[in-house]
Design a protein around this ligand. Structure first.
Ligand SMILES: C[S@@+](CC[C@H](N)C(=O)[O-])C[C@H]1O[C@@H](n2cnc3c(N)ncnc32)[C@H](O)[C@@H]1O
Length: 244
């Protein structure tokens, strides 16, 4: 995988480089998974709180949680954990969790995305064989938790989401999480969502307002020009709640 380069102003908050440099490689796997907090940074902890904040809102309506931009699947596992925490008594087959990604990195970058390294086609490549390994990993978790499977949908969202909506006309959507980074794919997803969402649906953004990812905000402005954009007070993330 290509090495990521972080900007100086992010470093103090994210501490990625310190963690990578001092990573205790000799930790056995069982200790590693029990001690993930060792590797948390203020930003990653805040992100978990952000997802929990969104989940509380989503729990008030019926429907699926759909994430656009899965990468290695970190967020999908977090959505599953939050489902177990927030809605232990709810039949989780009613709260499907679906993830869309090319699983081949960014596709569809455009001049509206600016020139940050992370917004180029091909960024966020995943290791060969990752999707199969990830699916067998979550299947093993589901054997223990008795949760229904996650749904992963591969391909460029500009066709895959449209086709998926056509094939799943019964889908209700409680929460859509957009983490595609790019203008054109985000624009397409928002246009499709606008036809399917209803009052109360939460549409959340990983990068809205970020100068490094202008495409996401531009797409939001174009498709939902009048919805208030709420900021999560503990971090740089935002959401709209349709028709509020
Ligand atoms: C920032 S990463 C997502 C991170 C993820 N939410 C997580 O849990 O770590 C952005 C993802 O968007 C995906 N992506 C970019 N353009 C896409 C497109 N046109 N269609 C589908 N996925 C796309 C990339 O493959 C990449 O995995």
């Amino acid at each position: 995988m290509p090495k990521r380069v972080y900007t100086r102003h992010d470093t103090a908050h994210n501490l990625w480089e310190v963690t990578a440099e001092h990573f205790p490689l000799d930790l056995p796997p069982d200790e590693l998974v029990r001690n993930l907090g060792l590797f948390e940074t203020p930003m990653t902890t805040a992100r978990t709180l952000w997802f929990s904040h969104l989940y509380e809102k989503a729990a008030q309506t019926t429907g699926a949680i759909i994430e656009f931009g899965v990468y290695l699947g970190r967020d999908l596992v977090l959505w599953e954990n939050l489902r177990s925490i927030h809605e232990p008594g709810y039949r989780s087959s009613y709260r499907r969790i679906v993830g869309f990604d090319t699983f081949q990195g960014h596709v569809g970058s455009n001049k509206a995305d600016g020139d940050f390294d992370f917004v180029k086609d091909g960024s966020f490549q995943i290791p060969d064989g990752w999707v199969d390994s990830f699916l067998s990993y979550v299947r093993a978790r589901h054997d223990v938790t008795k949760e229904p499977g996650l749904v992963l949908v591969g391909g460029d969202v500009r066709s895959s989401f449209t086709e998926w909506l056509r094939d799943n006309p019964d889908t209700l959507i409680s929460l859509a999480y957009l983490d595609l980074d790019l203008y054109l794919p985000t624009l397409h997803v928002l246009q499709e969502l606008k036809r399917r969402v209803r009052t109360g649906t939460v549409v959340a953004f990983d990068e809205a307002g970020s100068l490094g990812y202008p495409g996401e905000s531009q797409a939001l402005n174009e498709v939902f020009p009048n919805e208030p954009v709420h900021r999560f007070p503990l971090g740089n993330w935002s959401y709209i709640q349709v028709g509020e």
